[in-house]
Design a protein around this ligand. Sequence first.
Ligand code: HEC
Length: 149
Amino acid sequence: MVDFRRFGGILGRRAFSGPWIAVCLLLSACSDPAASFKAGLTPAELARFQRGEQVAHICWTCHNLTGDSNSIGPYLKGVFGRPAGTAQGYTYSDVLRNADYTWDRERLRRFLRAPNQVLPGNRMVWPGVTNEQDLNALLLYLEGMTGAE
Ligand code: HEC
């Protein structure tokens, strides 16, 4: 058994903490569905993602963002690139079912800014995010969470 204390404090601490840092990273990767998405972000984007997480608290009350079960609203997993009104097993209002487009970043931006102006008569009872920074943060967070496998 090597006595690391012989090499001085700093070397000893490094030798011991390395494997534990690796284990912690591995564990957080397992429990966080957006881990690989977040790993590709710059520190500034990561801060934006975290702000988006706060903004999105309200979405979770009506939507499942990472799985494919419906609640008050349709599940949003895979919503980027998904045609509007097509979550399996969800009964939409006519206005959303007949909306003839696919959700992308710009469509989602416009809808989430003012849901009732973009699709008047839809059943999502929620006023929208008018603060542009919050909206950008929300979109980044949604991209990471709803795109996770
Ligand atoms: C009070 C409940 C409620 C809240 C809060 C809410 N939604 Fe919704 N959402 C709904 C309902 C209900 C629908 C379906 C509307 C319809 O059929 O007209 C919907 C529809 C949607 C759709 C269209 C989905 C599709 O399959 O075409 C998107 C996108 C969406 N919501 C995103 C969000 C996001 C992002 C948030 C948080 C910022 C949010 N919603 C907050 C209830 C809610």
